[in-house]
Design a protein around this ligand. Structure first.
Ligand code: GUN
Length: 304
């Protein structure tokens, strides 16, 4: 058996068309959705992610500006920049690319972004809302995973979902989305992590297996239940002299062995990556609507 490939690239393209219509409608009313990005340092992967976000914004008609700062920039300078961006009405969404250099307290930075502009959904106020089932901005990667599951005909409802990885960016918010009593939720969730013993005994029971461990080959075919849906969140650069760039991208799952066991699997690249960016675009348009008071805060429904 060879698994169906779930293309994030294709789904992302169709979603981006929907988002660009919404952005255009807002722009015609004088509200051009805007995203401000802060990038500190010169980590090549972060630079590449930010470029991807800039390109996607341009594609759907979202105004974007990236403030690049040297790796040695002080925390005070970063906080000062964010305070100005919070006040600047052209930025409906603000994103600080993570990870930050080690001398900067990531939590301090995240907490300094206005929750109404926190399109990453990482502010404790927004994560708290997510946990109680009243999300304002769903973190982009978990939201992209749920969207991809739903639109590929793999609703998590009633399923055993195993997540490998407990990060604040993916594992924890994804678990919270999947246990909500709503569409895209109603799953039974297990979270595994670096201290989990006998990882395979958990992964092999998953109907839907999400791997966000940040390490190649964390899961191979022998650890997957026959017929499972596998979502690979990893983006790892491995040296490859046959490539022009000198590396190739691989996920956290051993794709070759996994595809012989799974019913469906996301590729790397072209799986979760494009969906993550698309959800960020969606959050930015949502932020513009919230700030234009087109949506109410409590239930995110359109005001009459
Ligand atoms: N670094 C890795 N993933 C993300 C993300 O979703 N948002 C931000 N801001 N930084 C990241």
């Amino acid at each position: 058996m060879s698994a169906t490939i779930i293309s994030g690239t294709e789904l992302a393209q169709s979603l981006r068309k929907e988002i660009s219509v919404e952005a255009e409608t807002l722009s015609q009313r004088g509200i051009t959705p805007g995203l401000g990005v802060v990038l500190v340092g010169d980590d090549p992967a972060s630079i590449s992610y930010v470029r991807g976000k800039e390109k996607a914004c341009a594609q759907v008609g979202i105004y974007t500006e990236t403030l690049r700062m040297a790796a040695e920039t002080s925390q005070e300078t970063v906080l000062g920049t964010l305070a100005e961006m919070n006040q600047n009405s052209k930025f409906h969404g603000i994103l600080v690319q993570l990870p930050l250099p080690s001398h900067i307290d990531e939590m301090r930075v995240i907490e300094s972004i206005l929750p109404l502009k926190d399109v990453d959904g990482f502010h404790p106020a927004n994560l708290g809302r997510l946990m109680i089932g009243k999300p304002r901005f769903k973190p982009a990667t978990p939201a992209g995973i749920v969207e991809l599951l739903l639109r590929s005909g793999n609703s998590p409802e009633g399923k055993s979902v195993v997540i490998v990885g407990r990060s604040n960016i993916v594992g924890k918010p994804l678990a919270n989305l999947l246990i909500q009593k709503c569409e895209g939720g109603n799953a039974t969730v297990t979270i595994c992590h670096t201290k989990t013993q006998n990882l395979g005994s958990y992964t092999s029971r998953a109907d839907i297996l999400v791997v966000a461990a940040g390490k190649p080959n964390t899961v191979s075919g022998s650890m997957i239940k026959s017929g499972a849906v596998v979502i690979d969140v990893g983006v790892n650069r491995v040296p490859d002299s046959s490539k022009k760039k000198g590396y190739r991208l691989v996920g956290d799952v051993d794709f070759e062995s996994a595809k012989e066991v799974a019913r469906a699997i996301t590729p790397v690249p072209g799986g979760i990556g494009p969906m993550t960016i698309t959800m960020l675009l969606k959050n930015t348009v949502h932020a513009a609507k919230l700030q234009a008071r087109e949506l109410t805060e409590t239930n995110s429904e359109r005001k009459e």
